[in-house]
Design a binder for this molecule. Sequence first.
Ligand code: FMN
Length: 161
Amino acid sequence: MDTTTLVIFDSVFGNTEKIARAIAAGLGSPATVEIVHAGEARVEQLGKVGLLVVGSPTRGFRPTETLAEFLKRIPPKALRGIRVAAFDTRLKADELESAGVRFIVKTGGYAAKRIADALKKAGGNLIVPPEGFYVEDTEGPLKPGELERAAGWAAGLVEAP
Ligand SMILES: Cc1cc2nc3c(=O)[nH]c(=O)nc-3n(C[C@H](O)[C@H](O)[C@H](O)COP(=O)(O)O)c2cc1C
């Protein structure tokens, strides 16, 4: 089995990048962990990957344009046989003041699910459900404990069948 893990992320205010780095660190010590910004990720890198982890801030219920563009460039079937996982950062809907906004945010959905769907469409084997990590406010900071939760989530990826 190929032991290279690739973590691809986008981040506007830096919070998703922090989560991505905690995930990369939490993966333990497989042969190689590469972490790449979505704007610099190349489709050719996917060929030698055993586990692919992709994450984005949730912006308007979906990943950023940069991350979405990268997902679009993945050729059909390119992820066949590759273990994949998706994450995002997001606001905690229950804490939003306006009931209307709360409802819209909850029903609109989140980036991680859309990323997971795109990875599956390209043939990826989704090994855990899409996961969200919480920010206190639009520009952050991350909620307390989220970096540790991200590292724990990453450790679970290594063990997932
Ligand atoms: C234009 C815009 C749209 C957003 N849309 C959502 C959303 O639909 N749902 C949500 O939970 N958070 C939303 N947020 C909050 C972002 O998820 C938050 O800014 C992000 O987690 C920060 O990550 P970053 O520091 O990596 O950019 C939005 C923020 C901005 C600026």
